[in-house]
Design a protein around this ligand. Sequence first.
Ligand code: NAP
Length: 238
Amino acid sequence: MPQTVLITGTGRPYALGFSLVKRYLENGDCVFASIRRPSEALEALKQEYPDRLHILTMDISSTESVNAAAKEAEGLTSHLDLIINNATTASADTMKELPDFNLDLIAPAVNVGAVGPIRVVKAFMPLLKKSPIGALVVNISSEAGSIGKCYRTFYLDYGTEKAALNMLTMTVRNYIKDDPNLNIICIHPGWIRTNPGNTEAPLDPYEHAETLRKLFETKRHDKDGPVFITHTGEPYPW
Ligand SMILES: NC(=O)c1ccc[n+]([C@@H]2O[C@H](COP(=O)([O-])OP(=O)(O)OC[C@H]3O[C@@H](n4cnc5c(N)ncnc54)[C@H](OP(=O)(O)O)[C@@H]3O)[C@@H](O)[C@H]2O)c1
């Protein structure tokens, strides 16, 4: 049965969000793809899938913007079966170490990368609750958010926002634990070539999006399995 999916951060044709949108569309699903600025690539995809692709403008750093997008979606669909919180950010100082890092950049990054996904979950909860197949939320985290495995001296913003996203995922999971039709996980998606300058990463975004799509389906009703997982479904240390 086709499902209805919301994916955030989908405007860059070379990045993971756009490939996920393509994979779900190719699978026959209905996709709400969110962006914060116009995307030619997504507009072109809309020509191919005019009935099943809905482009939503949503800045996840703004509660007002997220709530407005949820209202718009409520006018277009009766339910959502899956949210993939893919959008994220990193500051200009992300590769710097403590002495050179402007610490005032951490809070805005956390506002996007950790609070943003949970804003989305909160605003779209009424649509998730109406899923006829049981809804899943996937928060795309990172190994960089693991406190137990932290080895870096940089990523003060990115690591912190992903660690905070993991905490928020677990807290929301506790909140919905008795709801058999609602599940939430966070995932380290692997090292993917989502940046045109990065040829080192082993995973191709389009190929990998399909691996992730299939993995997510195994987690929809898995309320007892690991919550922070890798792209092979293994638990990752918090
Ligand atoms: N690539 C990897 O190897 C890797 C490894 C581990 C984890 N991840 C995670 O996987 C996910 C996808 O990675 P990626 O490399 O494909 O990401 P990316 O290229 O950095 O794309 C991030 C997306 O988030 C959007 N975004 C930023 N701020 C936003 C805001 N305030 N509101 C709404 N959207 C916003 C960006 O929009 P604009 O285009 O408008 O800037 C962009 O489309 C991310 O969560 C990342 O942390 C990636």
